[in-house]
Design a protein around this ligand. Structure first.
Ligand code: ADP
Ligand code: MG
Length: 387
């Protein structure tokens, strides 16, 4: 997007490639501010498509669908990183697109992503790129035990295999079909954290406070944000590193970068997402500017104001598992929302997905309050109610 792009004021139409929950929450934020929205997603029932003024049901690479999106929208963003970069390039001929195809292409490929982190002076986990049998043979023994990750198309722990021996590594790479991969050393994690920045067309950048994240089975389960959620030194390093990574891309839009803090207190970067992120959902209820409003502002070229957190926050992800009893995947039962909403400071967000599946992100629960101990106690109680 060029610096000369004019502000798009409310009344304009903002487009998004992808109709998942992130697109839905973007559409809600945009509509609240008086924008119209257009979503392109192949699923007629997509969470964002169902709440958008316009819904184009085509594949992400459909030239006619992309042309219709460009015809409707004054500027276009994306809500998931596996959207084909060529589609963004194609749209960018007709309309401002943020983030740009070049940034998205780097975030889509763990090999290029790690190279970018290193270029920005941000430390990664020890790793090796495996694209050929020769690379496989040359892997250093001290990378094992490790995690083999496909370079592309992984999310929520998918596309990853833990390997302890060279034989297991060879078998795991074979099982991927020999696609480009990264082998990462399995690190002793103390905790995980992430930082979200928003960078405008003019280079102005603001950030949300560092978020402490708990994953279960490779999927985000809980995010906690309050001033003492991690040592200040690590929070500051994570913020500075994220700003450098965004600056290095000359990024426009909302960017999330995830980090591992190791048992010895050192920190390495894990990965980035060129969009709002699950770990930033707490900002919808505990901040005066949410990550989705920041996405609207960056896309529309509006001023960015530094977000101010006005409440400690705990976010609990609501996975499809909550809809099923133990061991029963056949009958879906609606969780006891009334009991959860009876607790003070609970904010329910459901994404309008019609079918619950184990591991599927169905919604999240934000919990706010005057102090973190009370918020945590409510979160524990809510988790117990939900079973
Ligand atoms: P995804 O793209 O699926 O989110 P990640 O690379 O972020 O994949 O990995 C998912 C989770 O697996 C991480 O949040 C972390 O809990 C764990 N994990 C990933 N890489 C490592 C590693 N090198 N050492 C220890 N744990 C890891
Ligand atoms: Mg991750």
């Amino acid at each position: 997007m060029s610096a000369a792009t004019p502000h798009l004021l409310p009344g304009a139409t903002l487009g998004v490639l992808g109709g998942g929950q992130l697109g839905r929450m973007f559409a809600h934020a945009a509509q609240r501010m008086g924008y119209f929205t257009a979503v392109l997603d192949p699923d007629a029932d997509s969470p964002a498509g169902r709440v958008s003024h316009h819904h184009i049901h085509t594949d992400y690479t459909d030239i006619d669908g992309l042309a219709r999106l460009a015809g409707l929208a004054d500027a276009i963003t994306t809500e998931f990183e596996n959207v084909p970069a060529p589609s963004l390039e194609h749209l960018a001929v007709a309309r401002p697109v943020a983030p740009g195809a070049a940034s998205v292409a780097i975030a889509q490929d763990r090999i290029r992503e790690k190279a970018h982190f290193i270029r920005c002076g941000v430390a990664c986990a020890p790793h090796a790129v495996i694209e050929t049998a020769a690379h496989l043979a040359a892997v250093a023994d001290d990378l094992l035990p490790g995690i083999l990750k496909t370079a592309r198309l992984g999310y929520d722990g998918k596309g990853q295999q833990r390997v302890a021996t060279r034989e297991a590594l060879a078998a795991a790479w074979d099982a991927t079909g020999g696609v480009p991969c990264v082998l990462e050393k399995l690190l002793p994690l103390d905790f995980e954290c992430s930082v979200i920045v928003a960078r405008g067309q003019d280079g102005q950048m603001v950030h949300l406070p560092a978020q402490r994240n708990l994953h279960r089975d490779g999927i985000l389960a809980v995010t906690e944000v309050h001033p003492d959620n991690m040592p200040a030194r690590q929070a500051e390093l994570a913020v500075q590193s994220t700003r450098s990574i965004a600056e290095g891309l000359r990024y426009v839009g909302v960017l999330c970068v995830e980090y591992f803090v190791l048992a010895d207190g050192s920190m390495v970067v894990n990965e980035m997402a060129p969009r709002p992120h699950n770990s930033g959902h707490w900002s919808m209820d505990a901040c005066d500017v949410s990550q989705f409003e920041l996405q609207v502002r960056t896309l529309a070229g509006l001023p960015l104001t530094a977000p101010r957190q006005h409440s400690p926050a705990v976010m609990l992800n609501l996975l499809g598992d909550l809809w099923f009893g133990a061991g029963d995947d056949t009958t879906a039962v609606e969780p006891p929302w009334a009991d959860v909403l009876a607790l003070p400071g609970t904010h329910l967000h459901l994404y309008g997905k019609t079918t619950a599946r184990r591991g599927r992100k169905m919604g999240h629960l934000n919990i706010t309050g005057t102090d973190i101990d009370a918020v945590r106690a409510t979160a524990d109680f809510a988790a117990a109610v939900l079973g």
